[in-house]
Design a protein around this ligand. Structure first.
Ligand SMILES: [Zn+2]
Length: 90
């Protein structure tokens, strides 16, 4: 089953931060997409719904924020080649 990294668009600094969580989706996107885009008009699986209870930490401001907006939470497919996107936060 394909694995996905979770990234969050930060409200505080506008950057994207990894949630350092992985989820598995049988029917997930083949490229990076927000939860809002991918599950539009479809039922959202429980492992994705569970993300809303998590909070992410902004490493720039030190603030925590809750993942309640589906268009700010992104599924990043983990390919078999483990190619990492060049989106390291500095
Ligand atoms: Zn931030």
């Amino acid at each position: 089953m394909p694995a996905y990294d979770i990234y969050v668009r930060c409200i505080d600094c506008g950057g994207e931060h990894p949630l350092l969580m992985k989820i598995f989706l049988a029917d997930g996107p083949g490229r990076t997409q927000s939860i809002a885009e991918w599950f539009h008009g479809r039922s959202v699986p429980p492992q994705v719904l569970a993300l809303r209870r998590h909070s992410a930490l902004c490493l720039k401001t030190g603030k925590k924020f809750v993942l309640e907006e589906d268009d700010k939470v992104f599924l990043v497919p983990l390919g078999p080649d483990k190619a990492k996107p060049n989106t390291y936060d500095r």
